[in-house]
Write a protein that binds this ligand. Structure first.
Ligand code: CAA
Length: 677
């Protein structure tokens, strides 16, 4: 079917968009809409039109894959042609009416929405703004404040709310929107009245113009959304132009701001992340028709922090879980922590008391591993000791039914060795959750040498069912995310020893975009969790002083009752002691740029090795793992995309200056002028 088709019946043109999967407004759709606009204008038999879309959704936006070079005709040009028509045009909305899709809807004279429609401007998530007149039309229709709320948060609103604020004219039951739009256009033709256009000033424009503080107020309200990113300020500039200038002048401002963003590193990074997030599930050597294993019941061994969090993930997805512990008190503790977590969520109003009971009802505690005989999947989450894991898997092999998947949540032990404890290594896989497992969105699916395609495909599918982003990893020490970030943590410790103050290290990484710097992160994770190599032993020394981080007595920092931190005198003494013991000379404190380079170049190098060894399938998978596992700021694109933007040559020279041998793949990419992403 053509991307856009037009049929005419009873004087009404039915313009249908068909461009699966999300009816994105790619070149063919724009050409089709332009031709449709010309036909509506010139065909005298046509007296009005509806624009609708086939499939699951009205257009979900511009075709992001076209960016940054968008061939003519531009979205804005086509939309302006539709608005200028002097025959009524009604948009029939359903599904995800987002970005350019919503701009198309705003270009029509009226909008009818199915009750399940989501309407939004998510461009800000791509480092962009609604650049096809959306920033100019929406404020005229619903006022600057409501318009900025949608554009700055990027969050879609439902059809009901959209009707309340005047964004849609009528909400109808799902599936009836096309007929309702035709009925509306029929009535409009009969009425033959003036057509409202979102290119014209409105009551809102007058009201917003008369409010001198409006933009300062809005900026203060949404302050945190402006941190580190450039799109929100550009959005504000455009909406200001919409309020203060005539439409054509506002469009000039919008176009110039949009192009500036479109060619920025931030939008390049965020668009990379958009596609990388969706690509992780694609495993090239696993055929699409690989049979999946049904997972309707799960066993989790170990009711500690990880095991409990994993059990919650399954209960949240409606899957029954048996939670196994050795000692009754450990089981009781584990179950009560889970209950408390759910109750806290309920207290915040994000869950009802019934939800709490329903989820607790899906989790059954047991002290008998034999109870796992009938489950489809077992995840081991016991202490990180190979000796213990060997015993667990040997036992599990004897208990679990044929066809059950046996998974380990190990974060660094050899999965192939674990699999070798069983007579069914093909059924063994790593399912590596990040702590807290019920919150963190990353799941590393670790493929052992013998893991079967079905087991891997099921692991990836399961990740999605648990509302996580699954990333496939090969077997190595630390898999992708932890292996990648270990050099970062080590480098931060070495930097402390060489004399850069902890608060400066943390501040530089916060300015780069991390929620916290590496030293504060260690305090949060717990100083007893990571073991560093021989010469950087501060964490070990602090643990000896019973300082384990935020959870016990503070760590590198002392914390007051409001969790405000100050560098701890005890930690400064420890740093001094380790420095002396290792004969380390201090150097002048590094600048923020030097801190970023010294901490991140080793990560890029490790990422290149991870890729070179085939531990990760794609550079994008490494970026996704860093963003979702370690909160790497997505507007920096993750480590590999950032490396491409920053310059591979610069990174190589930096590594050499630090005395680190650049990875082979990094050198190859730099020499051939290619990139990771
Ligand atoms: N352009 C190109 N491809 C897109 C796309 C877009 N706008 N939106 C989705 N896709 C692709 C995805 O990459 C995916 O492709 P694969 O199957 O090959 O991986 C496929 O469509 C399905 O997408 P999802 O897996 O994300 O499907 P979903 O059902 O989970 O979510 C969605 C649907 C909510 C629409 C989600 O895809 C989404 O948020 N899309 C982006 C929306 C957006 O940002 N729109 C604004 C675009 S920028 C713009 O419009 C600028 C402007 O002012 C003109």
């Amino acid at each position: 079917m053509a991307a856009v088709s037009v049929t005419v019946e009873n004087g009404i043109a039915r313009v249908t968009i068909s461009s699966p999967p999300v009816n994105a407004l790619g070149h063919a759709v724009r050409v089709g809409l332009k031709e449709a606009a010309v036909k509506i204008a010139t065909d005298e038999a046509i007296r009005g039109a509806v624009i609708l879309a086939e499939g699951a959704t009205f257009p979900a936006g511009a075709d992001i894959a076209e960016f940054p070079d968008v061939p003519e005709p531009s979205h804005g040009e086509v939309f302006d042609m539709i608005t200028a028509l002097d025959k009524p045009v009604v948009a029939a909305l359903h599904g995800n009416t987002l970005g350019g899709g919503l701009e198309l809807a705003l270009a029509c004279h009226y909008r009818v929405a199915a009750a399940n429609t989501k309407l939004g401007f998510p461009e800000v998530n791509l480092g962009l703004l609604p650049g096809a007149r959306g920033s100019q039309r929406l404020p005229r229709l619903i006022g600057a404040e409501a318009a900025l709320g949608m554009m700055l948060t990027g969050k879609p609103i439902g059809a009901d709310k959209a009707e309340k604020i005047g964004l849609v004219d009528e909400t109808v039951p799902a599936g009836t929107q096309d007929d309702a739009a035709i009925a509306m256009v029929t009535a409009l033709i009969a009425k033959d009245g003036p057509l409202p256009r979102t290119t014209e000033d409105s009551e809102w424009t007058t009201k917003d113009r008369a409010d001198p503080d409006i933009f300062d107020r809005i900026k203060a309200d949404y302050g945190r959304l402006f941190r580190g990113v450039i799109a929100p300020d550009a959005i504000l500039t455009c909406v200001k132009a919409a309020v203060e200038l005539p439409y054509e002048k506002g469009v000039e401002v919008e176009t110039s701001e949009f192009l500036r963003l479109l060619n920025s590193d931030q939008s390049r990074a965020l668009i990379h992340v958009f596609f990388a997030m969706r690509e992780t599930v694609k495993v090239p050597d696993i055929p699409k028709d690989t049979p999946l294993i049904d997972v309707n019941s799960v066993g989790v061994i170990g009711a500690g922090t990880m095991g409990g969090g994993i059990a919650m993930c399954f209960a949240n997805a409606g899957i029954a879980v048996k939670l196994v512990e050795i000692k009754p008190e450990a089981l009781e503790r584990g179950l009560s922590v889970i209950r408390k977590n759910y109750e806290n969520t309920a207290k915040k109003g994000r869950m009802t008391a019934e939800d709490v009971e329903m989820r607790m009802g899906l989790i059954t505690g047991t002290l008998e591993m034999d109870d796992l005989a009938d489950v489809d999947l077992v995840i081991e989450a016991v202490f990180e000791s190979m000796e213990i894991k060997e015993k667990v898997f040997t036992r599990l092999d004897a208990i679990a039914k044929d066809g059950a998947i046996l998974a380990s949540n190990t974060s660094f032990l050899d999965l192939n060795h674990i699999a070798a404890m069983t007579k069914r290594p093909e059924m063994v896989v790593g399912l590596h959750f990040f702590s807290p497992a019920n919150v963190m969105p990353l799941l590393e699916v670790v493929r052992g040498d013998k893991s079967s395609d079905s087991v891997i495909a099921t692991g990836m599918k399961l990740g999605k069912a648990l509302r996580k982003t699954p990333v496939l990893a090969g077997v190595c020490d630390g898999f992708i995310a932890n292996r990648l970030m270990f050099p970062y943590m080590v480098a931060s410790q070495q930097m402390l020893l060489k004399g850069t103050p902890m608060q400066e290290i943390d501040a530089a990484m916060k300015a780069y975009g991390f929620a916290m710097g590496p030293i504060a992160l260690l305090d949060l994770i717990g100083l007893d969790v990571i073991t560093f190599p021989g010469d950087v032993t501060m964490t070990g020394e602090l643990v000896k002083l019973e300082r384990r981080g935020q959870k016990l007595n503070g760590g590198f920092y002392d914390y007051d009752e409001k969790r405000r931190s100050t560098p701890s005198p005890a930690a400064l003494e420890v740093i001094e002691k380790v420095r002396e013991a290792n004969g380390i000379e201090t150097a002048p404190a590094l600048s923020p740029e030097e801190i970023v380079a010294s901490l991140l170049y080793p990560v890029i190098n490790e990422g290149a090795k991870i890729l070179e060894e085939g531990i990760a399938l794609r550079a994008g998978d490494i970026d996704v793992a860093a963003i979702l596992g370690y909160n790497w700021p997505s507007y920096q694109g993750g480590p590999m995309c950032w490396a491409d933007i920053h310059g591979l040559g610069t990174i190589i020279s930096g590594l050499e200056a630090m005395g680190i041998e650049p990875a082979k793949l990094l050198k190859e990419k730099a020499e051939t002028g290619s990139s990771f992403t």
